[in-house]
Design a protein around this ligand. Structure first.
Ligand code: AMP
Length: 453
């Protein structure tokens, strides 16, 4: 087809009348987000889409069904499950009395909710284990710092109704695959904290060990010694490292069943080549955990392990009965992956994500009539599934063509006042710069042809 060069004249820009001097504006206080809360703007959205798409895809692949849970629950749910003496319940919950004076809490985590939902909806009658996943916001009044927010997103996996160690391995595997497939190198830190009985005995031994060194403990660790002694093991306070080295280890105290189950979990992980290392000090901060507990950290280009966990989880075999559910449920295993932390790790590693949809067609207009027609043309292209971009807010052709270039559009449609009168549109091939004038009613068909050439 012959290609004609066409020149489109820009609309005359009318000169603006001089603005009158305005009275001095009152200083208005600009609103901002709460500390620890953040907006996710369109440019970062590409990371979010990639991570959440991956989470959804893996959940489907491994047969976890999506649940959408409320953001608000009765405060007592978390007190009874996460535990009254834990940091989360003691210091970090956004709790308030609602209009009926009921104590409610913005969820700090979702495992307790899943357990509630399992019981409330009689899921014991479904084939076990019931495998579910969620993606959503959690709220913790934590001290904000890099990678720690007061509102953050988690992708969580839960498998309720089985105490088979293979379930532990599968949940860990899914989290690891998600991160690997997003381009991260990761390491699983894993431990077993045994059953409640074992833990009770072990905790007493731990307390008597640390009591000898009470004077060497920080104020915070002294508090932990009385309130939640297991937390001494993952304390990062000054001086604790040396003391921990000689502390009794829970792995040496495990009962035969816990030990055998833990060995099986490790064997399953070996089988699917999940990188892990034992961490005898990993206990995690929530009361409901038993047996397997784990965290996942990133490994950087130099092979160094990160200190911030990307995911964490473990078994919670007694949570369902503890909340009044039927005990035949037979154990449960879960994990939560921090979405912001995975995104931060991807950025840190320089993993690129495609920044925008690939644009096929750019629509450029000059003048009000062209703009109006443009709205309808845009609709036609969209209905055909052709990815079309526009800049209705821009007036100058130069600026619009620059934008088309930036978006790497294959063709640009140009509609000026003359074309509106003639009932035509210009199709410009962005690579060659060649242009042709086509009848407006044929623009979709001919543009499609140009795109396929
Ligand atoms: P947890 O629910 O404490 O077991 O945490 C599971 C995962 O959620 C962690 O490994 C983090 O990736 C993420 N996470 C927990 N707390 C925060 C927070 N305050 N800000 C951002 N991510 C968090």
């Amino acid at each position: 087809m012959a290609v004609k060069k066409v020149v489109v004249e820009e609309e005359e820009v009318k000169s603006k009348p001089k603005a009158k001097a305005k009275p001095k504006a009152k200083k208005v206080k600009v609103p901002n987000t709460l500390r620890g809360f953040r907006d996710v703007l369109p440019d970062e959205q590409f990371y979010w889409d990639m991570v959440i798409d991956k989470a959804r895809q893996l959940s489907d692949d491994y047969s976890f069904g999506r649940v959408r849970l409320p953001l608000l629950e009765k405060t007592s749910l978390f007190e009874r499950s996460v535990g009254k003496g834990t940091d989360i319940v003691e210091k970090e919950m956004f709790s308030f009395a609602d209009q009926s004076n009921d104590r409610v809490t913005l969820r700090p985590e979702a495992t307790a909710q899943i357990a509630r939902a399992y019981i409330e909806h009689g899921m014991l009658n479904m084939p076990q284990p019931v495998k579910m996943y969620y993606i959503g916001q959690m709220f913790r009044y934590d001290r904000p710092q890099a990678g720690r927010y007061r509102q953050f997103w988690q992708w969580g996996l839960e498998a309720i109704g089985s105490d088979e160690p293979i379930i532990d391995a599968q949940v860990i595997l899914v989290c690891v695959r998600m991160m690997q497939e997003l381009g991260l190198d990761v390491m699983v830190k894993i431990n077993s904290i045994g059953t409640e009985d074992i833990r009770r005995g072990y905790t007493m031994e731990l307390v008597s060990y640390f009591k000898q060194f009470r004077s060497k403990l920080s104020e915070l660790d002294k508090k932990r010694l009385t309130k939640n002694p297991l937390r001494l093991l993952d304390s990062k306070e000054e001086g604790i490292e040396e003391l921990k080295a000689d502390a009794p280890q829970i792995l040496d105290h495990l009962d035969e069943k816990s030990k055998a189950d833990f060995m099986k979990v490790l064997e399953y992980l070996d089988e699917v080549e999940v990188p892990y290392e034992l961490d005898p000090f990993l206990v995690r901060g929530l009361d409901y955990y038993s047996k397997t507990v784990f965290e996942i950290v990133a490994i950087d280009k130099e092979g160094k392990q990160g200190t911030i966990s990307l995911a964490g989880g473990g078994r919670y075999d007694s949570l369902i009965p503890q909340l009044g559910g039927r005990s035949e449920a037979g154990g449960a295993m879960g994990a939560a992956v921090g979405i912001e932390r995975v995104i931060n790790a991807m950025k840190h590693k320089g993993i690129d994500v495609p920044k925008r949809r690939k644009v096929d067609v750019f629509f450029a207009q000059l003048g009000e009539a062209a703009r109006r027609k443009g709205l309808a043309i845009f609709e036609k292209f969209r209905a055909e599934g052709i990815v079309t971009a526009e800049a209705f807010g821009k007036g100058s052709l130069k600026a619009q063509l620059e934008m088309a270039d930036k978006l790497e559009a294959k063709i640009t449609l140009i509609l000026g006042q003359k074309e509106v009168l003639d009932g035509t549109v210009i199709i410009r091939d962005m690579e060659s710069g060649g242009q042709e004038i086509v009848p407006i009613e044929k623009v979709v068909e001919l543009a499609k042809r140009s795109l396929n050439n």
